[in-house]
Design a protein around this ligand. Sequence first.
Ligand code: ADP
Ligand code: ZN
Ligand code: ZN
Length: 811
Amino acid sequence: MTTFYKYLEVAVALPLNQTYTYSVPDSLLSLISIGKRVLVPFGKRRISGFIMGKGENSGHYPIKNILDVLDESPLFLPDIIPFFYWISDYYMHPIGEVIKSALPGGLTLTDSIIISITPKGIKALDSDKINPLEKKLLIRLQQGKCLLKTLCKNIEIPGAMIHKFVNQGWADSHRELHGKRTMEKTERFVSLIRPCRPVHGLSEKRKEIINILESKKDISLKTLKEYVPKSGQLITSMSKQGFLSIFPKPVYRDPFGESIVPDSSPELNQEQSDVVSKAAASFDKGFAAYLLAGVTGSGKTEVYMRLAAEAIAKNLPVIILVPEIALISQMERRFRARFGEQVAVLHSGLSSGERFDQWMRIIKKKAPIVVGARSAVFAPVENPGLIIVDEEHDTSYKQGADLLYNARDIAVVRAKLSGGIVILGSATPSVQSFYNVRTGKFKELALTKRVEKRPLPYIQIVDLRQTRDLRGARRFITQPLINAVKETLEKKEQVLLFLNRRGFASFPVCAACGESIRCEHCDITLTLHRLAGSYKCHYCGFTKNAPCNCSVCGSSDIKHLGLGTEKLEAAVKALFPEARVARMDRDTTTRKGSILKILKSLRNRAVDVLIGTQMVAKGHDFPNITLVGIICADLSLSFPDFRAGERTFQLLAQVAGRAGRGNVPGRVFLQTYAPEHFSIIAAKHQDFKFFYNTEIGFRKALNYPPFSRIIQLRISGKNIDKTRETAQVLGRLCREKQKKNTAFLRNIEILGPIEAPVAKIANQYRWQMLIKGNKIKELHQFTRQVGAENPKVFNDSKVKVIIDVDPFFMS
Ligand code: ADP
Ligand code: ZN
Ligand code: ZN
């Protein structure tokens, strides 16, 4: 939609909290529409910005012209702009950067300074008056032009020297743009212009081509050539003779690997159809939020599909969020089987071209159903009528870098702003969401039984404290579990063994002096990966050849304590040499498609035992798994995080839910050192209400979310002293600020600053501070004021201060 605005409001992709007004030269007027990018002058630079709407010329400042319009068609529609502003405000993130994070990656243009050598510079190389550093720079430039940034960084040339070169005419400096304009991919298509009657007398090939074109509106040139081999020249000459036309047409890169057999919907059971009719009754009636609590295997996905069908029948676009790529592929399969080409997908497994094409399909209203990961909450559908967040409790909905949003939370906001309905689904709802049910913010929908009366698995708790004295593999795979695996394998059924730690051994320690083998860049021990022959840091990726000697005493006697999936795999292979064992964790799934391969071999029963980390815990439907073994249930219980109990319960109940999803009932062995812990007991009974009722008491007593809100300030820097100082200064500033305002004094609690639980990651020292209170508005106000009054502390390049609203990970 062209707007012909003379003045534009533009949000630039820079850390600035305001938008700017630019004018449009007549030559570009017809290209303007909201949601396109423009190139604008900004100080000495040229940068890209987003057209937000009509601008105002206040007359106070000279207004500059935009330089160019970068997109053929808009990247977002006007209806999403209030959502962007809401996010910018809530997460205290600059509006331009919010939009940049929302759009498919790689679209920002950057303007960089390029240095190249001049003939005078080349001549200077022969002179004997230049010093070695000057010579080094000239030689580098003689090899080709180079970014100023790279010169300063990689060959450590002082910026002043480069300026001197430019001033004395040895080098030339100019600006160049990097990045891309969006261009839709096109292919050449062929269509018939005029009928060619009579056809007799024409060559067979000509007849064939005409027949094909008569039966189709248009067809890609490539496909036509496949139908009629060796017809290239003939097609060209038929086009020259005016029989047919060859023209470019936008096509979409197809990210869908396999073709999928269409399915039809089964008859819903009573519970399912109750849920569907309750939720569907509120379509078109404004905002409503539901929590769908449905035990594992109760047919939630079927409910989602039915609701999606009802929504698109009413012309309401649908967004379905799924936590992980592996699950997206499963959700995508089921949705595509049901809805075919009406489905678009958005996730990080796509190439940037594929992602852009999917984005354009959505914006052009070619696909009313979007299935995707976290970032699909920004999918450019117009006024979504239904947003579904599957496995809403999942931590991967929280983005960990840049814009620190929680997709689950903002999905609710987006539904509210567009007057649609949102459904959060899970077998193990988050404490936050169920609290929202209790306080009347969300309505509860429930699926209490598994589909087709399949029973929930029987969960047996095995007390690991009683096997402490046993040695070797039997220590961590207990006898009852060994017996159960044996029985299951004999019946040709499948086993899932869950251990939420990858690698072989997570605690390599010197037997001579007791020193552990640690990362050189982080405050953490390295994990032995025996297959890869190295020690790896799970925080920064640092690796070191294994085995190595103790760095303190030089001894080569290193004990590999601590259990990981690799060690578990070796133990299982030793105990069950006949079994076909596969492992699914981050180490075995780095290559694209490897997750799907593992899942496929499981489905085809080419695997008897699957060993995995939390990757296997989530939402998968493996009908032939009848035994699940949880090797150590307590790993996450002792994390320094108030949500540790919640995460443990969710993970265990989800893993246990993988058992017995087919026709044979399932069994679970849950090995633990803390059999009396309520998180473990709740998992045993798959009873999230029991968990909630106990947990909520602790949250209330300690005034943790959902009773309070938290903003976390994370302070990090390379220098240990400066980082600590900044943290302490920040603490002091916050407390002084608080003292001056009675409301802040009464309602806000400041905790810290303290050193983070992992005090150093990737050479960055880390501190943190919590600002806690019951009203998020007040926390925003407080943080904003502290930020505005102390810009130097918040914008220091040496020590970074990150503001995380509703933090999710306290480590
Ligand atoms: P959940 O998402 O709650 O774990 P799913 O939607 O994956 O459960 O359903 C579990 C299995 O039951 C799937 O294989 C699904 O196809 C099947 N299913 C779901 N609803 C029905 C139904 N009404 N009739 C028959 N089979 C169903
Ligand atoms: Zn030692
Ligand atoms: Zn490290």
